[in-house]
Design a protein around this ligand. Sequence first.
Ligand code: ZN
Length: 162
Amino acid sequence: MEALSADEIRRSFVNLSKSQVKAITLPPKFTELPWESLDYLGWRDGKAPNRGYLVVRRDDGVTGIGVTTQASGAARRFAGLCDLCNTAHHVSDVALFAARRAGTAGREGNTVGMYMCADLACSLYIRGLKELDVPQGETATPEVRAERLATRLETFVHRVCG
Ligand SMILES: [Zn+2]
C-alpha cells in the first residue's frame, strides 16, 4: 500500500471517539514501515495492549477501525486461523477482536467480532516475511492470498460501517 501520514491515520477512524483517537499510540518505527509489503496497516497499541488498529486504503479514501481484545483467555481453541488472512496460529497468536460498529449501531453497543492474527501482521505472514511455527494448510501464492485478504477486509469494513 501507499504510505500513510500520521494525520491521515488519525483522521481515518470510523468507530472511535475523539478521545480514543487522541490516545492512539502509532506503530513503533512508524517512519520505517515496509509499506510495499502491507495490504493494510495493522498494529497493537504499545501503551494499551488490548487495543488494536486496522487502517485500509480504499477507493473512496482511508478507513481506520479500532478493535479491542481480551488480554488472554478469550480464545479457547487449541489453534486457530485468522479470519482475514487464513494463517494458522497457536492459540496465543490468534485473538478474538471486537470492533464497535460506526454511528448509531456502535453507540447502542453493537460490535463485529473476528479472529485475527494477534499482532495484526497478516500482510507479513502471507508473504513469508514473518516466521510461523505452525504447519500451514494454505498453498495459494502470496498474490492470491493478498487478493483474498483485500476482499475479506472490505467485507469487515462494510460490516463495521454498514
Ligand atoms: Zn491474519
